[in-house]
Design a protein. Structure first.
Length: 414
C-alpha cells in the first residue's frame, strides 16, 4: 500500500474486514492525503480558523471563554469544533480484527494518521515508522490544573481490543515538536499531540516490543480513568519488552488497573533537552518514566535509566499517581544499581499525605487509596504467565535498544 485510499480499501478487504490478512506498507502514507492526492492542512478542515483568535477569547488571563470577548469568538468556537470533526473523519484509520500491518522498509509507515484499533482481536503492527498527527484544533482547558491543552488524536490507540503485538515500530512527534507551536495563555506552546500509544477501555493481552518511542510528551496511557473499574479492572495485561524510550516527558507508561511487565527497556532523558526537557518530581517538575496509577500492578525488571543534566536525580524513574503496588528488581540508574521501590514508596507516601491534608482542610472525605499502604507485592509474577530470558547488565539493555529497536532491523519479504 502506498496511499491512504489504498490502505483503507485493503482494510475493508472486499466487504470482509475481519478476515485474516497481511497488509504491506511501501513508503509513507499520509493521513491528511485527500482523494485527489492533496495534503490537507488547517484551513482545508476549517477555513478561517485562527488559533491565536481562539486563545484570545479566553480573556487576558486565559481563564474564562466568552463568545462576547470579541466579535469573532462565536465563529472561532464553531470553526474549532467543525475543523476537529472534519480532521477526525479524514485521518482516522481503523484496524479491524485479524490484521497484520508490516512496513517494507525502515521509513515505511504513517505520518499524520490517527490509527485506532477498536474492539478488535489479533492485530499485529511491525517494522513501521509513525509520526504523530498534529491536532490543529487542540482545546484549551483553563480548569485543568493551571490550564492545559488537550489534543484529540493519538498516533496509535487501542479501545476494547485484545491480543495485540506492536513490534519494531518507531513513534515520535517527528517534524512537529510542540515547542514550535503557538504560545497559549500560560505562556507555553500549545500541545498539539495526544498519546503515542494509548491502551484504553479494557484493552487486554498486549505486547509492545523492540520499539522506539521518542521526542514526545504524553507517551503511553493505560486505562481510562480511576473510576472505570468496570471497563479496566482485571484487564490491561500488557508487556513492554526491550524498547527504547528517549526524551519522553511523561507516561512511559502511566498505568491504571493494569497488570504490566516492564522488562529490559532503555529510558533516556535530560533536564536540559532543548525541546523535550525532563524535570523530575524531585526537582519540582512533573516528568517521569513509569507512572503507577490507581490499582496498577507494575512488575519492573532489568530496566536501564540514563538521566543527565543539571539536577538529574533518581525520582525520574517512577512516580505514584494513587498507585500503592509496585515492584522492581535488578534495574539501573546511570549504570548503577537502582532502588525503584524506594522511589515509588516515597512518591506514594508524599501524594497520600497531600491528599489527606487537602481532605482535612476542605472537610471532605479522603479518597479510598489514602487508606492503603505501599507494597512491593503486586500479586503476580510474569514468569508464571510466559517464559523469557532477561538481560542482566545495563550495557546489554542499552546495546539492544541502540542496535535492535525500531523499523529497519527486520528483513521483511512479501
Amino acid at each position: 500500500m502506498e496511499t491512504l485510499a489504498d490502505l483503507k480499501s485493503a482494510l475493508a478487504n472486499n466487504g470482509q474486514p475481519t478476515a485474516p490478512k497481511i497488509i504491506y506498507i511501501n513508503g509513507t502514507i499520509n493521513g491528511s492525503q485527500a482523494a485527489d492526492g492533496r495534503i490537507l492542512g488547517e484551513q482545508d478542515y476549517a477555513a478561517g480558523y485562527d488559533i491565536n483568535k481562539y486563545i484570545s477569547c479566553f480573556g487576558p488571563d486565559g481563564k474564562v471563554w466568552s463568545d462576547q470577548t470579541f466579535e469573532y469568538c462565536k465563529k472561532q468556537r464553531q470553526l474549532r469544533q467543525t475543523g476537529s470533526n472534519n480532521m477526525k473523519r479524514q485521518i482516522e484509520v481503523s484496524i479491524p480484527s485479524n490484521t497484520t500491518v508490516i512496513g517494507l522498509g525502515a521509513d515505511s509507515g504513517f505520518v499524520g494518521a490517527n490509527i485506532v484499533i477498536l474492539s478488535a482481536t489479533n492485530v499485529v503492527m511491525r517494522n513501521l515508522s509513525v509520526e504523530a498527527p498534529v491536532d490543529f484544533f487542540s482545546t484549551w482547558s483553563p480548569d485543568d490544573g493551571d490550564g492545559a491543552w488537550n489534543a484529540r488524536f493519538d498516533a496509535v490507540s487501542s479501545v476494547t481490543s485484545n491480543h495485540l503485538w506492536i513490534d519494531h515500530v518507531r513513534l515520535t512527534d517527528g517534524r512537529y515538536p510542540d515547542s514550535e507551536a503557538p504560545l497559549g495563555p500560560n505562556g507555553k506552546p500549545a500541545n498539539r499531540h495526544d498519546g503515542l500509544l494509548d491502551l484504553k477501555d479494557g484493552t487486554d493481552y498486549v505486547t509492545i516490543s523492540n520499539s522506539k518511542l521518542a521526542n514526545h510528551d504524553k507517551t503511553m496511557l493505560l486505562g481510562s480513568g480511576d473510576e472505570h473499574v468496570d471497563k479496566d479492572g482485571g484487564k490491561l495485561r500488557v508487556s513492554y519488552i526491550g524498547n527504547h524510550f528517549e526524551n519522553i516527558q511523561q507516561r512511559g507508561p502511566r498505568v491504571r488497573f493494569g497488570q504490566v511487565h516492564v522488562l529490559n527497556n532503555y529510558f533516556v532523558g535530560s533536564t536540559d533537552h532543548p525541546q523535550y526537557p525532563m524535570v523530575s518530581e524531585g526537582q519540582g517538575g512533573n516528568s517521569y518514566f513509569l507512572g503507577a496509577g490507581y490499582e496498577s500492578r507494575i512488575f519492573s525488571e532489568g530496566n536501564a535509566f540514563d538521566y543527565t543534566g543539571p539536577g538529574a536525580d533518581p525520582t525520574i524513574m517512577v512516580s505514584s499517581y494513587n498507585g500503592h503496588r509496585f515492584s522492581d528488581t535488578g534495574s539501573w540508574f546511570n549504570g548503577e544499581a537502582a532502588d525503584l521501590n524506594a522511589v515509588a514508596r516515597a512518591s506514594f507516601e508524599q501524594n497520600r499525605a497531600e491528599a489527606l491534608a487537602e481532605a482535612e482542610s476542605s472537610g471532605t472525605t479522603a479518597p479510598d487509596w489514602t487508606g492503603w499502604e505501599f507494597t512491593t507485592d503486586v500479586g503476580w509474577d510474569p514468569a508464571d504467565a510466559y517464559r523469557y530470558k532477561a538481560f542482566t547488565t545495563p550495557q546489554a539493555v542499552r546495546n539492544h535498544a541502540l542496535q535492535f529497536t525500531g523499523p529497519g532491523v527486520l528483513a521483511v519479504k512479501r
